[in-house]
Write a protein of this length. Structure first.
Length: 357
């Protein structure tokens, strides 16, 4: 019955104006990816795709999501909100939900986290559920990021780790398969973001100590006995899978471009339209901005091997001035764009204040 309600709540997220804000992750996501018979969970987990989160805004969004698709006879109610568990390495909120379906009543929690990175970026997960008559998609984590987060938790908690489900999940995920290159990127991003060392000797020593600690084995064997879906997967099998993941990580030392005689010069574009917002707006250089770039160009070297710029107007115009002074061509690449500001693109400051006071 819990899966039925979770499916419906996710369906309502997919129908909402906030579908690009809530990135599906956690146990129920793994249950969907790995199969219902191999995983069970009692809550929903999401990453919130905004830099900041306030109780007021979150409650407004969750209440609106709860109010969608009322023709299904399933009624969701938000009971309250609190800070996410202090033991977690990320910040966020826990939202308590109550659901009614005729004479059935159930309560569950939604953890909405903020801060962690998804590598390479959130993708879309398509639901095929026996309960709902239509397919729908929600933004979700990559498998590689889930592995990286669980692996980092295993390393950072070490012998103090009591999360036996992570051992089991890493076993399942290793057998499910993953992209090794993406996993490497996800490991680097996750460990760096969480402040955990990814040094090979450190990680290897930590893993050996974890699997040699009798208490970790006891906890896992208790977990396996209590959960039928984990029976048949031994502690040793989990250990082998986790060391295979370890062996797939490319533990290279950081490269210093200075060791190869490489110099990088970073140049900001000149002053652009003062009355427009930034981001992906097509702002043009002001007269003062043109003068800034012209003066800067006189101070630059003339023997660059490569010149690269964003293809937004203000950067392209700056590059054109520099290129003409140096007698060199630029490569224009959208990867050098500033942060995408969505609907605010090309708005003037006055338009912004009028539309979004």
């Amino acid at each position: 019955m819990g899966s039925f309600f979770f499916d419906e709540f996710l369906h309502r997220i997919s129908l909402s104006d906030y579908k690009d804000k809530y990135v599906f992750k956690g146990g129920f996501y793994l249950q969907k990816v790995l199969g219902v018979s191999t995983r069970s969970t009692m809550d929903l987990d999401f990453k919130y795709s905004c830099v900041e989160m306030s109780d007021k805004i979150l409650l407004k969004e969750i209440n609106e999501i709860c109010g969608l698709n009322q023709t299904s006879n399933i009624v969701f109610s938000c009971l309250g909100i609190e800070d996410i568990s202090a033991e977690m390495k990320y910040s966020g909120k826990t939202v308590r939900i109550e659901v009614h379906f005729f004479n059935v009543r159930k309560r569950f929690s939604i953890d909405v986290a903020i801060g962690d990175m998804v590598t390479p970026e959130p993708g879309y997960f398509e639901f095929e559920t026996p309960f709902l008559m239509e397919r729908f998609t929600v933004l979700s984590y990559s498998i590689e990021t889930i592995i990286a987060e669980k692996f980092e938790t295993l390393v950072s908690r070490g012998v103090n780790n009591s999360r036996s489900k992570d051992l089991f999940d890493l076993y399942l995920l290793e057998h499910h398969g993953y992209d090794k290159a993406l996993l490497n990127s996800a490991m680097i991003n996750t460990f760096f973001h969480r402040g955990t060392s990814l040094d090979k000797s450190y990680v290897e020593d930590l893993l050996h100590r974890v699997f040699a600690f009798f208490r970790i084995r006891e906890l896992y064997e208790n977990y396996s006995r209590k959960n039928k879906f984990a029976s048949g997967v031994t502690f040793e099998m989990c250990q082998e899978s986790i060391f295979r993941i370890f062996s797939d990580i490319d533990y290279q030392k950081p490269i210093s471009v200075g060791d190869y005689g490489v110099e990088l010069h970073l140049v900001r574009h000149g002053q652009d339209d003062r009355d427009k917002l930034g981001g992906w707006s097509d702002n043009h250089l002001t007269e003062f901005g043109v003068e800034q770039v012209q003066q800067l160009s006189k101070q630059l070297d003339t023997d660059y091997d490569m010149l690269v710029a964003s293809d937004l107007a203000r950067a392209r115009e700056s590059a054109s001035i520099i290129g003409s002074v140096l007698g060199k061509e630029f490569i224009y690449d959208e990867a050098f764009h500033e942060t995408n500001n969505g609907d605010l693109r090309n708005l003037t400051v006055s338009e912004f204040r009028e539309r979004y006071p």
